[in-house]
Design a protein around this ligand. Structure first.
Ligand SMILES: Nc1nc2c(ncn2[C@@H]2O[C@H](COP(=O)(O)OP(=O)(O)O)[C@@H](O)[C@H]2O)c(=O)[nH]1
Ligand SMILES: Nc1ncnc2c1ncn2[C@@H]1O[C@H](COP(=O)(O)OP(=O)(O)O)[C@@H](O)[C@H]1O
Length: 209
């Protein structure tokens, strides 16, 4: 029997407004073989956001109960709200050999690296602070207070960029998208070439006539 070849766990992080969700959605259209993990959060939904599609929106008490039950692979407080990745779905998909993408912050990424050192992490940088602010305001989804808090927190987040395997600067959108796709393809190709993937063929070639 061949060994179970698990999928790859990709992590994408960025300061709020850098374009992470837009890039990830475009990447998933180009690479439908990747499954996006939907997080649980205590953040209220933005206009147009749907339960189970963008996030599982939960009350604080429910989130705390879930933490106590140990359902999360990682969880963290970000910009005053709680976010967590459920263990079960991610684990099942990886075991089926699917690649999984987590759109999480640097704290979550640091937790995942400890338990899943084979994960591949990408940090998205905006081309400038001015552009980050322009995008955050231009999105039109948050109050002034929320925007200011996210901008204030962005320095602390960017300070962790060097912990990631790859950095993609999201200046021209298509270039950034090509960059992330190139990372995904290179990682997949490397994985295809790994020795364990070829056990069956090696066995056949070694078999006596
Ligand atoms: N640790 C962790 N961070 C998360 C998770 N889900 C989302 N985040 C991060 O929380 C931050 C805020 O996300 P969100 O409220 O959707 O705002 P946005 O980044 O401005 O779109 C971002 O850095 C997300 O990547 C999660 O499950 N775990
Ligand atoms: N390369 C880009 N150039 C200009 N605007 C962009 C670019 N990438 C994303 N945006 C816009 O910036 C805003 C923030 O993007 P979003 O994906 O919501 O960021 P994040 O998920 O990192 O908070 C959105 O209005 C999006 O359309």
């Amino acid at each position: 029997m061949s060994a179970n070849h698990g999928g790859t766990l990709f992590i994408v992080a960025a300061p709020s407004g850098a374009g992470k969700s837009t890039l990830v959605n475009a990447l998933l259209e180009r690479e439908p073989g990747i499954s996006l993990s939907i997080s649980h959060t205590t953040r209220p939904p933005r206009p147009g956001e749907q339960y189970g599609r963008h996030y599982y929106f939960v009350e604080r008490a429910e989130f705390e109960r879930e933490v106590a039950e140990g359902i999360f692979l990682e969880h963290a407080e970000v910009h005053g709200n709680f976010y967590g990745t459920s263990c079960k779905t991610v684990q099942e998909l990886l075991e089926q050999g699917r690649d999984v993408l987590l759109e999480i912050d640097w704290q979550g990424a640091a937790q995942i690296r400890k338990t899943k050192p084979d994960c591949v992490s990408v940090f998205i940088l905006p081309p400038s602070r001015t552009e980050l602010e322009r995008r955050l305001r231009g999105r039109g989804s948050d109050s002034e207070e929320v925007i200011e808090r996210r901008l204030r927190n962005s320095r602390g987040e960017i300070a962790h960029a060097h912990e990631f395997d790859y950095i993609v600067v999201n200046d021209r959108f298509e270039d950034a998208l090509d960059g992330i796709q190139a990372i995904v393809r290179a990682v997949r190709q490397r994985s295809e070439l790994q020795c364990q993937r070829h056990e069956a063929l090696i066995g056949e070639l070694l078999a006596e006539d």
